[in-house]
Design a protein around this ligand. Structure first.
Ligand SMILES: C[S@@+](CC[C@H](N)C(=O)[O-])C[C@H]1O[C@@H](n2cnc3c(N)ncnc32)[C@H](O)[C@@H]1O
Length: 271
């Protein structure tokens, strides 16, 4: 039961909890958001939270809820946030309360969204759909719940990435298994079991039901070994590697080898 394993993985610890530092809950959640946007300033740039203003917005996989509060701050006509773990919903509910924001939160599975066809004008999901066992079904659901002309903004993982190659070095080459595929490495060593990563063409195929789709590979903080990225894979030489990591070279020559694929897809407008 892969779905249950994925659920149990995220129920143990939500994504980014390492950044929730402080003695009180409000302080922890604010510390998490500060670190998140300091490390990943490209998230607001991609999400364009201001475009939620006056629209019906759905966020799939709210996690610790930092982005969800940003959507709420821009006063959507309707805001719904969902996740299939109680832990993520608890973080997000508390954060909404702390920041005096409103949203409807519910526990649901991305592969079976409990909403009518065309219920939303914007669907946002950051780093979620590649964890769900049937990602193609989750994308079909995104398309279904979007109104004609609606926008999907989704981040999924990119197969040809520096993070993938680093994991392959550790769990493939150095472990004496050089023929392990990147897909196998992602499924077993990057976050929840069964995590998938896509080529640009593969991502376009996933979103083929949309009228237009832009897919952009993007260097993440994890490719640049910033923050706590990858520390659960760290060995004794981690600190040295982090210090010597040639970030300028990676930015200059490997900009298209980032872990993230930023997908901006539009549903066919009404005729
Ligand atoms: C890597 S976290 C990302 C969370 C948040 N979007 C962020 O950027 O921090 C993945 C989240 O997706 C949720 N998730 C994974 N598969 C799901 C599914 N099929 N339905 C609903 N939520 C799912 C997990 O519970 C987890 O909270």
């Amino acid at each position: 039961m892969l779905k249950k394993d994925v659920h149990d993985f995220w129920e143990q610890e939500s994504c980014g909890e390492a950044y929730a530092i402080g003695s009180e809950r409000a302080e922890q959640l604010r510390s998490h958001a500060r670190t998140r946007y300091a490390l990943e300033p490209y998230i607001p740039a991609f999400a364009r939270f201001d475009e939620g203003s006056g629209r019906r917005v759905l966020e799939i996989g709210v996690g610790m809820g930092a982005d969800h509060v940003e959507w709420a701050r821009h006063h959507p006509a309707l805001l719904v946030g969902m996740d299939f773990t109680g832990r993520a919903l608890d973080h997000t509910r508390t954060r909404l309360h702390v920041e005096r924001c409103e949203s409807r939160l519910l526990r649901a599975d991305a592969e079976h969204l409990p909403f009518a066809d065309g219920a939303f004008e914007l669907v946002y999901s950051w780093g979620v759909l590649h964890h769900s066992p049937d990602t193609a079904q989750a994308v079909r659901e995104v398309h279904r719940v979007l109104a004609p002309g609606g926008i999907a903004r989704v981040m999924i993982y990119h197969r040809r990435s520096i993070v993938g190659w680093l994991l392959w070095l550790k769990y493939g080459l150095i472990s004496g298994r050089p023929f392990r595929s990147l897909d196998d490495i992602y499924a077993h060593h990057l976050e929840s079991p069964g995590t998938k990563a896509y080529s640009v063409a593969g991502a376009r195929r996933l979103f083929a039901g949309f009228a237009s789709t832009a897919v952009t590979p993007f260097l993440s903080f994890a490719d640049l070994l910033q923050g706590a990225a990858g520390t659960r894979h760290a060995g004794a030489i981690d600190a040295v590697v982090r210090r010597l990591w040639p970030r300028w070279l990676i930015r200059r020559f490997f900009g298209s080898c980032g872990l993230y694929l930023l997908v901006d897809a539009r549903k066919e407008p009404a005729s």
